[in-house]
Design a binder for this molecule. Structure first.
Ligand code: HEM
Length: 97
């Protein structure tokens, strides 16, 4: 537990929320369960002052930038178009010319 559950007085779940995947995190601001962190940089600075969420306070500005760039590079993978439950679709013959 690193304390974001206490950041928000209206939070009724306490610390009981899912840890999000970081895949495609570049496209889903704002961050943290309460959405208070507008940028990834804020996740690691403003909202991690006590190093409860990983150790980031010792990082130099350029190192923080590198870490943010790494997070931004995590690709978003679109959901598969075909799964084992997909019903095969057949194009009607008259449209298949
Ligand atoms: C420096 C290392 C770490 C980095 C760069 C990092 C990165 C992130 C980011 C960017 C988010 C926000 C995701 C979102 O809102 O969509 C996040 C959330 C979270 N991370 Fe980490 N994390 C680190 C270390 C850790 C560690 C060590 C733990 C557990 C021991 C952890 C557990 C969580 C949890 C529970 C959340 C959800 C918090 C909330 O929504 O309020 N992380 N992390």
């Amino acid at each position: 537990m690193f304390g974001t559950g206490n950041d928000d007085k209206s939070e009724r779940m306490g610390p009981k929320y899912d840890t999000p995947s970081l895949i495609g995190v570049y496209r889903t601001p704002p961050y943290l369960h309460h959405g208070k962190a507008k940028t990834l940089h804020e996740v690691l600075t403003t909202y991690n002052k006590q190093d409860k969420h990983g150790r980031t306070s010792h990082l130099q500005p350029a190192q923080l930038d590198d870490l943010v760039e790494f997070l931004r590079s995590l690709p978003y993978e679109p959901p598969p178009t075909v799964t084992e439950n997909t019903v095969p679709y057949r194009v009607p013959p008259e449209k298949n010319k």
